[in-house]
Write a protein that binds this ligand. Structure first.
Ligand code: R5P
Length: 322
């Protein structure tokens, strides 16, 4: 009988800490690969062990800078040229995912462009994590199997044990996020969902005067739910509106903590009591230090590791949702 296909895990630069944690949960060593830069800044990659016939998992977020995507592209090519038996890309944070439609004249559909690039890598499978819109999971070539996990797998168990869910109302930061907010409410056993409807300008900036709260927030404690906190402009505008409308305690949960521009300072100064995200988008501990005591960053590794093991063994992922 032939040996079962071996499982090997590699990662680009940005996701190395997470890939190491994943390997710990899988009780295996991270694969030996050089992922570096040439003197001129170009990406330099070499897989330094035998992967012939193996099931190669490449873990990498495609957060900026663009070299992170390049790390992933070149690792895939190296694995293919080294006769890997099968390749699964694990992308904890898939960049450009919000740009999923042509919302201005003469604009690209950037999420589709990135999906085309990834499809062109001809990997066997993708494991994606909390896409901004479900629809983008269908942007990839049909020959590639796509599994999509939700951040709530990680955040909900934490929320259940660390927040007083009595008298808590789930708040969606916009109309598009209502299905996500409802899913959280159901998982948390919360009945009420309120919506902070709004108009966005160019680049997604919130028109604060347009915010309309659908539902009653007076004297309520709110848990804002979103897929990501980027500049925090959306969340802070909603928190201001909620406070003016008489909301009491405020908490926020999002899968991806992008924290661009001055998000960290704004969150620190805001009346939000706790912010909960996962580590899908890498930040150094120093960068997040100002939010100590307010921010909780939950590790993706146990959940992604579990999913990777199941994928490797051909077992169902849906049972992870139960
Ligand atoms: C918007 O549709 C998203 O779900 C987020 O609300 C938004 O991208 C967050 O970005 P920011 O923190 O920059 O407002």
């Amino acid at each position: 009988m032939s040996d079962p296909m071996k499982m090997k895990v590699f990662s680009g630069t940005i996701s190395k800490p997470m890939a190491e944690q994943i390997c710990e949960t899988l009780d295996m060593q991270l694969g030996n690969a050089l992922v570096d830069r040439f003197d001129d800044g170009e990406v330099k990659v070499q897989i330094r062990e035998n992967v012939r016939g193996a099931h190669v998992f490449i873990v990498n977020s495609t957060q900026p800078p663009a070299e992170n995507l390049e790390d992933m592209t070149l690792l895939v090519d190296a694995a293919k040229r080294s006769s890997a038996g099968s390749i699964t890309l694990v992308i904890p944070y898939l960049g450009y995912n919000r740009q999923d439609r042509k919302d201005r004249p003469r604009a690209p559909i950037s999420a589709k462009v990135l999906a085309n690039k990834i499809s062109a890598m001809r990997v066997d499978r993708l494991l994606l994590f909390e896409l901004h819109s479900e629809v983008t999971a269908g942007f990839f070539d049909d020959a590639i199997a796509v599994d999509h996990l939700y951040g709530s797998l990680i955040t909900v168990p934490f929320l259940k044990t660390h927040l007083d869910l009595n008298n808590l109302v789930v708040a969606s930061t916009d109309a598009g996020g209502v299905p996500r907010a409802r899913a959280y409410a159901k998982l948390l056993g919360i009945k009420k969902v309120v919506v902070f409807d709004k108009v966005r300008g160019d680049g997604g900036a919130v028109d604060r005067d347009s915010i309309m709260i659908i539902g009653d927030v007076k004297d309520q404690n709110l848990l804002f739910v979103d897929d990501m906190i980027d500049t925090s402009g959306t969340l802070i505008a909603d928190v201001d509106a909620a406070t003016k409308a008489g909301a009491q305690r405020i908490f926020a949960v999002a899968t991806h903590g992008v924290f661009s521009k001055n998000a960290i300072e704004r969150l620190k100064e805001s009346p939000i009591e706790r912010v909960i995200v996962t580590d899908s988008f890498y930040h150094s501990q120093e960068r997040l230090a100002p939010l100590a005591g307010k921010l909780t960053v939950l590790p993706c590794a146990p959940t992604l590791g579990k999913a990777m093991r199941r994928i490797h063994e051909g077992r169902s992922l849906s049972t992870m949702f139960l």
